[in-house]
Design a protein around this ligand. Sequence first.
Ligand code: NDP
Length: 271
Amino acid sequence: MKDFHGKSVVVTGASSGIGEALARHFAELGANVVLGARSAEKLEAVAAEIRAKGGHAVGCAVDVVCEEECKALIDTAVREFGGVDVLICNAGLSMRALFDEVDLKVLHRLMDVNFWGTVNCCKYALPYLQRAHGSIVGISSVAGLHGLPGRTGYSASKYAMTGFLETLRIENLKKGLHVMVACPGFTASNVRFAALTADGSQQGETPRDEAKMMTPEEVARIVVRGIRRRKRLCLMEIEGRATHFVKKFAPAFLDRMFYWVMAKEPDSPLK
Ligand code: NDP
């Protein structure tokens, strides 16, 4: 898909960060965008801004954990824009705690949002995507390429997404469906503020310098380029490319690098 003009694009987690930037970018390219997330007001504000600039966008309040709400999200795209050409499974949640200390409800929650949220949306969008020979994109992470210490549930949920999407790609090999796993590195957004700590409460602050990260707009441009090229895996910058490469030849070295990088964070749970 080279030209997104008039295409129907569904983006989950579009009320903030990468999802919001993707929704705005697709709208600039002439796509009809359905924005999904839980915060209806934020969604409507973004959708209204897009419409004010002459774009086409509707917001749809959805908790991706709820299968019925995901069905309603896809139904909205079909009703408003005639189908689904691109589905971006971006809604996501992170964590920061050692497995020794974490309440297992945190891991369940991450699997529910990151993995099951993706599965729920794909289930209802798939017939339309097959008809359109469209694209499914899962926004994974570098933590979905190699285990990130302090983020057992996050890495596991992103690996699970990858396994699911890879299988979906193979099942649909003869049906013209494009499936891409995108792996941003650290990107300035709300994700670290909203991340869950050991007891399930929100972290409320970021342990990293957000100013030194990629911007959501940069990630959005790279994802769109990946869809145009119908890539399987979309790596973004040095962290992702190096992780993907080094893992093949020196995984034990990568373990030590990941430990070292995460241990340097202020208040790192790695003692
Ligand atoms: P943000 O926290 O800024 O955005 C997360 C989005 O997900 C929000 O729109 C939030 O909206 C939505 N969301 C969270 N839970 C749910 C839910 N249950 N149902 C529906 N929507 C939900 O973070 P990012 O933009 O950074 O994250 C987007 C994706 O990118 C995530 O999957 C994340 O794992 C991934 N990523 C981020 C990186 C980073 O460094 N920022 C790096 C690598 C990957 P609301 O609260 O309104 O529901």
